[in-house]
Design a protein around this ligand. Structure first.
Ligand code: SAM
Length: 285
């Protein structure tokens, strides 16, 4: 799968968190891509998908903002810049890279309209133009499983991170209800797509952007595969399953039943078979 086709697909379908990837207007708002109001609407949607990850501030259950005030933070695959903006508003010196020009243009606009400073660059996760050990904290959210060379991107991430620096990496979970039910069972088996598509094609088509079609590369991993890739660089890597998607999947699987299921059961399922794996820790000294 060529880098160009991945770049082009995401440029056409940037992560606006609407009904479809890349939608440039929300039905409940007349504001269009590039305006402050549009970014606010994108963020509202993004935050609502990830409610359990916020405490006082968006994503503060994931990100140790306070420890990295005035420090250099890098996001790999910044999309429209929602998460990076939060880092900037919490005092970090932010750099964001993404492979597609639409995301870069829009993230620059976002930073400008919010009067924030940031170094936003069009770059590939596999070839980062930064010095070894440059950043204090590096993270990536829902990006590196779109790279056909996941091992190379992980090595690059740790190359540019300082020893002792923190990291966070979210990758899709192959051992999840979303993968088993929505992709493998509904699409692969019931709709017979498995007869025509390879497992990679099936996951790419139904892992991200099924309404827009043609997502070139999405390959969810297992916890063990992720740990094998990250552990050589960290002595304290921790992996959590984040199942913020779980009630949507259960609603689809068991309509009518989910609302009667105790929340504690849904949470327990989410912790085990949710769609996102969050690897975090610090780089070996
Ligand atoms: C699902 S979006 C996630 C964006 C953002 N992190 C968010 O959560 O909204 C995936 C992003 O990864 C970017 N991407 C894909 N492959 C990449 C690569 N090799 N290097 C950098 N960015 C990449 C895409 O352009 C897209 O913006």
């Amino acid at each position: 799968m060529s880098k160009k086709s991945i770049q082009n697909w995401w440029a056409k379908n940037p992560m606006t968190y609407g009904e479809t990837h890349g939608q440039t207007i929300y039905t409940d708002s007349s504001h269009s891509l590039g305006t402050k109001e549009f970014f606010n609407r994108v963020d509202q949607e993004f935050y609502s998908w990830n409610q359990p990850l916020h405490d006082q501030k968006p994503f503060d259950r994931l990100f140790p903002y306070k420890s990295y005030k005035n420090k250099e933070v890098l996001e790999i695959g910044c999309g429209l810049g929602t998460m990076l903006m939060n880092w900037a508003q919490n005092g970090a010196q932010c750099t964001g890279v993404d492979l597609n020009p639409t995301s870069i243009e829009q993230t620059k606009k976002r930073f400008k309209t919010h009067k924030l400073k940031g170094n936003i660059k069009l770059e590939d996760a596999n070839h980062l133009p930064f010095k070894d050990n440059q950043f204090d904290y590096v993270y990536s959210w829902g990006v590196l499983h779109h790279s056909p060379n996941l091992d190379v991107s992980i090595k690059e991430l740790f190359r540019v991170l300082k020893p002792g620096g923190g990291f966070g990496i979210m990758l899709y979970n192959r051992e999840s209800l979303y993968q088993w039910y929505m992709t493998d069972y509904v699409e692969g088996f019931l709709h017979q797509e498995g007869k025509f598509l390879t497992p990679l094609e099936l996951s790419s088509r139904y892992g991200d952007g099924h309404k827009e079609e043609g997502n070139p590369h999405t390959w969810p991993i297992t916890k063990k595969e992720g740990l094998d890739l990250v552990s050589p660089f960290s002595n304290n890597v921790r992996v959590r399953v984040l199942g913020t998607d779980l009630d949507c999947v259960l609603r689809f699987m068991l309509p009518g039943i989910i609302d009667k299921t105790p929340k504690s059961i849904v949470k327990a399922l989410a912790r085990r078979w949710g769609w996102s794996l969050w690897f975090s820790g610090t780089k070996k000294d």
